[in-house]
Ligand binder design. Structure first.
Ligand code: TXA
Ligand code: MG
Length: 316
């Protein structure tokens, strides 16, 4: 089911199948966004609540008006400067967009991914691709075709669906989500394009308020099967790991704070490796909250929130 054949991927999408495909952030599980029947299957494969909206991926920024309306100048500027790239913009949706894509919301998330193979698929298909990350709901996102096969391969139909292998994802964590349907715009999910990058390009960004509007903002998400415990520095991580080992747990320490680009690239494989190794707990050192550090802290904090507190804190 894993293939390098982009033409076959286009064929499968045209026939209403699902294709897991590479982007620069993480692998997505894609269906033609103009086919509600195909999009609906994404939710059953992922085990995702049906009212959670999907990002629509486009071949090019010029297509923004085919999917959104009332596009503000700031969105056009970001499309010009950040696409293709790890940025999703929420905009008022165009009338034709099906409710299953947007979870019935008045907005649509749009992004032009920076991965050659997937852009070729998008150009050939001549439509948008609705795609969430290609993992089971609430779990760790996939950054290789093998991760996808491990997570959902058994739920895909080998005669209708496909996993398109485009190598390991370069960025490794999901796109930044900025809501441009409100003024000032708000960042709903941190990513490789930071809030300060955005404000340098379009001016002030407001604080996200009220109930969470992006499912990735749920307090627990991105979780491996083992518990994730957090430490502010290496010394604290080593102390905590030692205490947990004394209590009988199988423990690993994750510390990539010296290279944040590599930390993001490998984050999800590191969490998956902890499960492959059968660890009870992985103690992760949080990077400083600058630049890419914000997004990595966000993912680790949410992964830890899903953990068993009895295991991750020996003092309780
Ligand atoms: O990097 C990425 O964004 C990856 C790749 C595949 O593009 N996609 C991804 O999709 O992370 P997903 O579905 O796993 O996370 C997208 C988040 C979800 O929390 C979803 O609820 C939110 O974006 N979202 C999408 N459209 C939205 C909308 N119209 N309003 C509010 N939240 C939205
Ligand atoms: Mg996801």
């Amino acid at each position: 089911m894993i293939s390098h054949d982009a033409d076959l991927a286009v064929e499968r999408l045209r026939a209403g199948g699902l294709v897991a495909l590479p982007t620069e952030t993480v692998y997505g599980l894609a269906a033609d966004a103009r086919r509600p029947d195909a999009v609906t299957r994404i939710f059953s494969v992922k085990g995702r609540p049906i009212d959670h909206p999907l990002i629509v991926h486009l071949a090019d920024g010029d297509l923004i008006d085919a999917w959104a309306t009332d596009v503000p100048a700031a969105a056009r500027r970001l499309a010009d400067l950040c696409w293709p790239g790890p940025l999703t913009m929420l905009l008022p949706r165009a009338a034709h967009v099906d409710d299953v894509v947007t979870g019935g919301r008045p907005t649509i998330g749009l992004r032009v991914p920076a991965h050659e193979t997937t852009r070729r698929v998008l150009q050939e298909l001549d439509s948008g691709l609705a795609a969430p990350s290609a993992n089971r709901f609430g779990r760790v996102s996939p950054t290789t075709a093998r991760h996808v096969a491990d997570d959902i391969g058994h739920l895909l139909d080998p005669d209708r669906d496909l996993i398109l292998d485009g190598g390991a994802c370069a960025v490794g964590i999901e796109s930044t989500i900025v809501d441009l349907s409100v003024s000032p715009p708000q960042v709903l999910r941190a990513g490789a394009i930071t809030e300060s990058d955005l404000s340098a390009l379009i001016g002030p960004i407001g604080a996200a308020r009220g109930p969470s509007r992006a499912a990735g903002m749920l307090i627990s998400h991105y979780a491996p099967a083992c518990s994730v415990a957090l430490a502010d520095d290496r010394a604290e991580a080593d102390l905590l790991a030692e205490a947990l080992r004394r209590a009988g747990a199988l423990v690993g320490v994750l510390d990539r704070t010296t290279d944040l680009v590599a930390a993001a690239q490998h984050l999800y494989d590191d969490l998956r490796a902890a499960d492959r190794d059968g660890l009870d707990v992985i103690v992760a050192v949080l990077p400083p909250p600058d630049g890419l550090g914000h997004a990595i802290r966000d993912r680790l904090t949410k992964a830890a929130a899903a953990s068993d507190p009895g295991l991750s804190s020996p003092t309780r």
